[in-house]
Design a protein around this ligand. Structure first.
Ligand SMILES: Nc1ncnc2c1ncn2[C@@H]1O[C@H](COP(=O)(O)OP(=O)(O)OP(=O)(O)O)[C@@H](O)[C@H]1O
Ligand SMILES: [Mg+2]
Length: 221
């Protein structure tokens, strides 16, 4: 379970205080597929960064599966990100000098998994993503949608309980966006992780189980 209780995030900027989140309280049940929507600047990325342990609230409490993120120290937050969290970025962020399967297995190798096991698991994830035939392609040989599906496979390879994605289809044409969305739907329907995505796309929001519309740093009614 994910719980935010009276969470606020105030940025100090040259122009004064920016209230990116204002008293947000929210619960998200395990294995929900949630879409955070709303106009530019309403606080979507701020919310995701807090859930990713990349930023701290100015006030309020954030708990993910019993772990308090607000006020947690760097060691705890690093362990949280490494063990429980998968993140997908708008621009895929695959390493260009590595093939798809090498990109996907990398997190496992970095955490000390044996090469053989890592490769098997990475191939399983590429299969889930419909990329078995592209395993040995380099990113520059792949379409945007293929790269993003490989990035999703990489984000899930270590079996995180929470997958965060900020505009995962924001840089894709509609065909590729649809393929990435159907992969996310498959992940949700197999209960592999809780999914929280930020999106401007009505198609993306529509495939989620739950909409979390925001406006001006608050949850919209
Ligand atoms: N590091 C920062 N310093 C100061 N202000 C910031 C910072 N990061 C975000 N903000 C401000 O906080 C508010 C919320 O930003 P956020 O990035 O969460 O919006 P968003 O909903 O993700 O927008 P977009 O759809 O454009 O990505 C905005 O007014 C933004 O300018
Ligand atoms: Mg944003």
């Amino acid at each position: 379970m994910i719980r935010l209780s009276h969470v606020s995030r105030v940025y100090q900027s040259a122009a004064g205080e920016v209230h990116a989140l204002r008293d947000v309280s929210l619960e998200i049940a395990p294995r929900t597929f949630a879409a955070v929507t709303g106009p530019s600047g309403c606080g979507k990325s701020t919310l995701l960064n807090l859930l990713g342990g990349l930023d701290q609230p100015t006030s309020g409490e954030i708990t993910v599966d019993g772990l308090r993120l607000d006020g947690a120290d760097d060691t705890a937050l690093t362990a949280y990100r490494r063990e429980r969290l998968g993140v997908v970025f708008q621009f895929f962020n695959l390493l260009p000098s590595m093939t798809a399967v090498e990109n996907v297995e990398l997190p496992l190798l970095l955490s000390g998994e044996k090469a053989r096991e890592a490769r098997l698991r990475a191939m399983e994830m590429l299969d889930l993503a419909g990329l078995t035939g592209r395993a040995h392609a380099f990113p520059h040989q792949m379409s945007g949608g293929e790269m993003q599906r490989a990035a999703v496979a990489r984000a899930l390879v270590h079996r995180p309980s929470l997958l965060l994605a900020d505009e995962p289809t924001g840089n894709l044409d509609s065909d590729n966006a649809a393929r990435v969305l159907s992969l996310l739907q498959k992940i949700a329907s197999q209960g592999l992780a809780t999914l929280i995505i930020v999106t401007h796309s009505p198609e993306a929001a529509a495939v989620a189980h739950r909409q979390i519309p925001m406006i001006d740093g608050r949850l919209a009614a």
